[in-house]
Write a protein that binds this ligand. Sequence first.
Ligand code: ZN
Length: 71
Amino acid sequence: MLMKTCPYCQNASFSSTTLGGPWLCPSCGEDITHTPVEAPHRPVQTGEAANGKNPFDSVRKFFRKLIKAGS
Ligand SMILES: [Zn+2]
């Protein structure tokens, strides 16, 4: 199962078959073929993730802040 988060409407889009072909957002119909694929249970290490654009990364930072504030 592959997942992408649409950058246009922020809705999650799931697919298991369209890798390599055009990937259109089912919610807004925009072409999100070049949006990085996310793995729901295991974040993919991509250049995008390294740039802090991965949503999992901001969640991690958020909890790190909470832990710091509590200690
Ligand atoms: Zn969309």
